[in-house]
Design a protein around this ligand. Structure first.
Ligand SMILES: Nc1ncnc2c1ncn2[C@@H]1O[C@H](COP(=O)(O)OP(=O)(O)OP(=O)(O)O)[C@@H](O)[C@H]1O
Ligand SMILES: [Mg+2]
Length: 242
């Protein structure tokens, strides 16, 4: 499934991101270096506006750096066209957002089948794999419902099933539990832990200090840069006492 060696599956080299705003250029990422190996589970924390989503968007290729290099799952992203990045992302990175973003006019099953359409999986196979994924996230009973007919926690599990459709080595979440109650958040977290134990690499932004405290590696974005591990703000991460 993944290349379980210690070559980084995500590598950011001196990534800078400057947005053009009416008030002038806004430097959001100021030289970020980040190396994540296959099978790592990484939390991204930091205050609102510090650049966490911007950083995540560099990894998914949803946005591109102003300068610097990004390599994910063996691909250099910075010189690919937008179309090529979208195609690449469909196979290599599963993305989970805070507000689920399921298509409202499709059933849960059809939502999960959707990414497979783009990579040319046969229709019968799409349906079978989508059902298997819905079982994995414990949602087989709502396969034929529409997103508006199920709870937020269920929608997020469906979104995770969709993110897994093409068996990507990397899964990225931008506050995937940010809009869920504690129980639903716990279920999502347990699912992520399972995926990591199966060799997936997961990077997730979270404002939940208890969740962050359970994630083996934490990176803090502060003022557009990553903070050294021993200087991470303990208000953002609750490490279990032992
Ligand atoms: N497309 C854009 N154009 C201009 N400025 C932007 C754009 N996207 C983000 N920004 C600015 O960049 C900074 C970092 O934004 P970002 O969304 O990465 O923060 P964040 O850490 O994810 O915050 P939050 O915790 O609130 O989600 C903010 O000042 C934001 O206003
Ligand atoms: Mg954000």
């Amino acid at each position: 499934m993944t290349n379980g060696n210690d070559k980084p599956v995500i590598l950011l080299e001196n990534v800078e991101k400057v947005y053009k705003t009416k008030a002038g250029p806004l430097r959001v990422l100021k030289g970020v270096n980040l190396s994540i190996n296959a099978g790592e589970f990484v939390a991204i924390v930091g205050p609102s506006g510090s650049g966490k989503s911007t950083l995540i968007n560099m990894i998914t290729g949803i946005d591109r750096p102003t300068s610097g290099e990004v390599f994910v799952a063996g691909q250099r992203l910075t010189h690919l066209s937008e179309n090529a990045v979208a195609k690449w992302r469909g196979k290599n990175v599963g993305v989970v957002f805070q507000f689920f973003q399921l298509l409202p006019t499709l059933t849960v099953l059809e939502n999960v089948m959707m990414p497979m359409h783009y990579v040319g999986t046969y229709k019968g196979q799409r349906r079978q794999r989508a059902m298997e994924l819905l079982e994995l996230v414990d949602l087989p009973d709502v396969a034929h419902k529409y997103p508006s007919q199920i709870s937020g926690g269920q929608q997020q599990r469906a979104a995770i099933a969709r993110a897994l459709a093409n068996d990507p080595p990397v899964i990225v979440g931008d506050e995937p539990t940010g809009n869920l109650d504690m129980v639903s958040a716990g279920l999502i977290f347990a699912l992520f832990e399972d995926l990591v134990s199966q060799g997936k690499t997961i990077v997730m932004v979270t404002h939940d200090r208890d969740l962050a405290g359970q994630i083996p590696r934490v990176e803090e974005v502060r003022d557009g840069q990553l903070v050294p591990a021993d200087q991470i703000d303990e208000r953002l991460v609750a490490r279990a006492q032992d």
